[in-house]
Every structure is written in C-alpha cells, then in structure tokens.
Design a protein around this ligand. Structure first.
Ligand code: F6P
Length: 362
C-alpha cells in the first residue's frame, strides 16, 4: 500500500523537533517508499490551507542537530477556537471541519502531530472526529505523564546547569545573591533538576508554595558560616505560600494560557530588602528552548520519529509514542492528554535536594 503522510509541529518549540522530522522522513522513505508532507506553522497551516511542503531525503539532511523546527510552529492557532476579526471585533470560530477538509484534499492517510499537551489535545479531538492522528510528545517542561521523558528537557536542563555554573563564579567573586528564573509553569522539573546539578542553595518550584522566612534563614545561615554568596533558582510558576503567580500577560481566548514571568525579580527584591544583600536576577527565558539538541534528546527524538511512522503503517491511529521502561511504545492519546506529570513534593528528588542542604522553600 502507498502511504501519504503529513507532519506538523505545534505549540512552543523544543530542541529535537527537527530530529523527529528527519527520522520520520527517513523511515517513511527508506522503509516504506512513502511520501511525506510538511504542514507549515502547526494547525494554523491546515486552517489557512497553506501550501504543504513535500519532504524528501535532501530536505532533512543536516537536521539532526539543528534546533527549532523547519516547519514553523504556533501556540496560537487552536482550530476549535480560532480567532477571526469581524468589524474590528475578535470572535472565536470552530474551524475543525475546514481543517479536516484540508486534510482530505491532501489525501493523506495520517497526520503526525509533534506537540505538547495543547497540540495533543487538539489531535485527540480531531481523532474523535475521524481523522487518522498519531502523536509525538514534546515539551522542555517534561510535564506529560504518559511518557517518562520528553525530548527537549535534557537540552533545557543542560543549558540551565551551564548558566548556574557561570553564575556561581560571579556570585562568589562579588559576595552576591544570584537569582535565576527558569521556565516551568506548572511543573518544576527544569528548576529542580538543573538546580541540584548546578549546586543551587535554594530551589523554588510551583509544586511547593514557598515561605520567605525559609529562604532568608538559609541564605543568612550561609552568610554566618562565611559563605557570602547564594544561588537561588526559581521556576516561573513558583508562588509564595498564600500568594499568586506572577504574570506578564493574562490569558486570552487565543492562547488560553497566561504568560508567566517576574517571580525572579520579586524574589531578588525581597532578598535584597530583607537581608541587605546585593542581589542580581537573571531570567534565562527562551534560551532554554533554543540551540542544538543534546545527545540524549537527538536519540529520543529519532526513536520517536521512527516509531511514529511504524505506527502509521500499522494503522495505530489515536495513539502517541512514549518512552516507558527504556522502550518506545504507543499509548492512546486519550490516556496521554490532560494529565500532567508534576514533581512530588515528598518524592525522592525533592528529598535528595533537602538531604544536601538545599532549601526548597519550606
Ligand atoms: O511549555 C514550554 C514553555 O517553555 C513554558 O515553560 C513557558 O511558560 C512557555 O513555554 C512560554 O511559551 P511562549 O513564550 O512561547 O508563549
């Protein structure tokens, strides 16, 4: 049977997306002689009937180690709530039927969606409407419960750990408190793992509302022992006990999520005011999402891309590839979406941090 496969990348980018695309195109071509179409800019490309891009072997040469996604992506084009401006007013329309029509016109027998929770939820809804969908999970936040790890996470924590190494030397030279704000809106995996690996003194994550006093006590205790600098890692979604998340932009219908940011500066100000200590704040931001994927992420992304194509050929639609017990398997999208994997405040990783004297804000 001749296979015609479409592939798109949705949501925020993550290092390793291009490695998935490369692996999927190579497997489709070399193993099955299939044709692969790249859809530009995520679901937006299907709603807009954008010209798909035929992906052949030369198109994916050199992609393994390239960050970002050659297809483009968007985290603002939910086809079920698509923004349309009418007479200067924004209204939201369900464009899912147009999208399915576009897929039919393309005559594809599968759509591989590489995305996070948002894109995989859309894929699941489209599958329920009859579309042949296969999911590939990605997120630097590593907060999808159906897979043990997502690609992008290893690169992000490596970047964050390198930033901590650099902050250490300057913090020590100037006897300062250095605050590093990292990504992680609901899950604190990036902050916790890079914080432990990078030798942080305080790690604040969304799962553990923090006490100001606990932070001040730890930093002051270090000062009294002659350790005149401290490194504080804060996930963007961390909150003081009884307080609120710090938001740059409130959620709108198009995006659905509020844009977080600013908790690092709040923590920096409080440390400076309460401990009379010179403090500096670094926000690592999208640097965590950019650049070459790590070896681990290239490998995982390649394994995901290969298996996604095998799943197309087996007709295992409505499923997503996942890593479980060192094997790549298919799990139903239904099981995969909407269930976040959060840090257990009493789990082994948090206890490990606390055992070596790191304050997690309690
Ligand atoms: O989902 C990954 C993530 O990096 C979150 O941690 C962060 O809140 C979000 O993306 C930021 O996305 P953007 O700025 O692209 O909208």
């Amino acid at each position: 049977m001749f296979h015609n496969i479409a592939i798109l990348t949705g949501g925020g980018d993550a290092p390793g997306l291009n490695s998935v695309i490369r692996a999927a195109v190579k497997t489709a071509k070399l193993q099955y002689g299939a044709t692969v179409w790249g859809i530009p800019d995520g679901f937006e490309g299907l709603v807009q009937h954008s010209e798909p891009w035929r992906l052949d072997l030369p198109d994916v040469a050199g992609l393994l180690y390239r960050g970002g996604t050659i297809l483009g992506t968007s985290n603002r084009g939910n086809p079920f709530k698509y923004p349309v401006e009418i007479n200067g007013k924004m209204i939201y329309e369900d464009k899912s039927k147009d999208l399915l029509e576009c897929l039919e016109e393309l005559k594809v027998d599968a759509l591989i969606v590489i995305g996070g929770d948002g894109s995989l939820t859309i894929a699941h809804e489209l599958h329920k409407m009859g579309a042949p969908m296969i999911g590939v999970p990605k997120t630097i936040d590593n907060d999808l419960s159906a897979t043990e790890v997502t690609f992008g996470f290893d690169t992000a924590i490596t970047t964050a750990t390198e930033a901590l190494d650099k902050l250490h030397t300057t913090a020590e030279s100037h006897h300062r408190a250095m605050v590093l704000e990292l990504m992680g809106r609901d899950a604190g995996w990036i902050a916790l793992e890079s914080g432990i690996a990078g030798g942080a003194d305080v790690i604040l994550i969304p799962e553990i509302p923090f006490s100001w006093d606990a932070i001040f006590k730890l930093i002051d205790g270090r000062r009294k022992r002659g350790r005149k600098f401290s490194i504080i890692v804060v996930a963007e979604g961390a909150v003081p006990a009884g307080g609120q998340r710090v938001v740059i932009e409130t959620a709108d219908e198009t995006h659905g999520l509020e844009r977080l940011g600013g908790i690092g500066h709040l923590v920096g100000r409080e440390i400076s005011n309460n401990l009379k200590m010179e403090t500096r704040v670094t926000v690592l931001g999208h640097i965590q999402r950019g650049g070459k994927p790590s070896t681990f992420d290239r490998l995982l992304a390649t394994r995901f891309g290969v298996e996604a194509v095998h799943m197309v050929v087996r007709g295992q639609f409505g499923h997503m590839v996942a890593l479980r017990n060192a094997k790549i398997i298919g799990v139903p999208l239904e099981e995969a979406v909407g269930r976040q994997k959060l840090v257990d405040p009493d789990g082994q990783l948090v206890k490990t941090a606390e055992a070596i004297g790191i304050c997690v804000g309690r």
